[in-house]
Design a protein around this ligand. Structure first.
Ligand code: MTE
Length: 309
């Protein structure tokens, strides 16, 4: 079960207060316009910012985006991935692309990096638990990869299968989810230019805890749709069975579009807390339909989004 926001709040409140006090003591409270997004000293990954895909909101600090994560293969606490993911070996790494495609292929990480020009995109990132971030990701539209493998007319969905190696991932020994972590999209969703095959963040390669060496980022959907550390991409005829949907189908639907009007059965989705910014002193901010990406609305024309949550 994804952990309840009510369970997270106390630590967040505590941390943001502590941070505020520390910054105040150092005389270093900066306006949002002065906040620079800096990486964490990993290998640099040059990429040109694509202004068409860059929200003009304050970016989440690298430290927050890399220490407050969900990656259950490394534990269920928000701090577990940052503490435990150092055991993940991200090279050599291959991604197998198979199923309903004319050109199935196995790509190593260097070939994936070269498949299309890398872009920096600044996306809002909203977790189903009620927190959000603004992250400068690096990658290219997943549609670039779709073009290369030439799906057949039978390819209606894409399934993302991620690594499940109990030697590298201590969390896989627990039965919290049915491993491997699997996610999926309808083919037209996967083809939407916003869907980002992601290989970096903050000007660098992805840290292990954020899904190195390759993950998806789908900014109009709740974060759990964005599978981390992908090893297989399958083009399939039927809607894939996805991890959270299998685990709690009444709570986590296949689509999982960010929608402030459709509550989670156990909590409201109408508002969110921005990690590192909103805390004890701040009111939660309103969650936007499709997380503020209305350009995806045409993918769902005629669908009852309360039914297809
Ligand atoms: N991918 C894998 N393989 N395992 C996971 O546990 N958690 C998901 C998603 N992808 C998860 C995953 C959830 S619930 C969220 S909110 C996002 O990753 C978090 O991504 P972030 O740590 O980069 O913010």
């Amino acid at each position: 079960m994804l952990i309840l926001p009510s369970e997270i709040t106390p630590r967040e409140v505590f941390e943001s207060r502590r941070k505020f006090i520390k910054l105040a003591a150092a005389g270093a409270i900066l306006g949002p316009e002065l906040a620079l997004a800096q990486g964490g000293g990993l290998a640099k990954l040059p990429a040109k910012r694509n202004p068409a895909f860059a929200v003009m909101e304050k970016q989440t600090a690298y430290k927050d985006a890399t220490t407050y994560n969900n990656f259950y293969e490394f534990g269920t606490d928000k701090s577990d991935p940052a503490e435990n993911a150092h055991t993940l070996r991200t090279r050599p790494w291959t991604v197998q692309i198979e199923g309903e495609v004319k050109k199935p292929m196995t790509l190593d990480i260097d070939s994936l990096l070269k498949l299309a020009p890398l872009e920096e995109r600044i996306y809002r990132h909203r977790c189903v638990e009620g927190w959000s971030m603004v992250v400068p990701w690096i990658g290219y539209s997943f549609s670039e990869l779709i073009k290369k493998v030439e799906p057949t007319g039978n390819a209606k969905f894409v399934e993302f299968v991620t690594l499940a190696d109990h030697q590298q991932m201590p969390g896989v020994r627990s039965r919290v989810l049915d491993w491997p972590y699997v996610e999926g999209l309808r083919i037209d969703e996967a083809n939407h230019p916003l869907a980002l095959l992601t290989v970096g963040m903050y000007g660098e390669v992805l840290p292990n805890q954020n899904g190195a060496p390759v993950r998806m980022v789908l900014p109009w959907k709740y974060g759990f749709k964005s599978a981390k550390s992908i090893v297989k991409i399958r083009f399939v005829r039927e809607m894939p069975r996805t991890s959270w949907n299998k685990s709690a189908p009444n709570e986590y639907g296949f689509y999982s579009n960010v929608n402030p009007d459709v509550d989670h059965p156990r909590w409201s989705q109408a508002s969110e807390r921005r990690i590192g910014e909103d805390g004890f002193f701040t009111r939660k901010r309103k969650t936007l339909m499709f997380n503020g990406y209305p350009e995806v609305a045409s993918l769902y024309t005629g669908m009852d989004l309360k039914k297809f949550y």
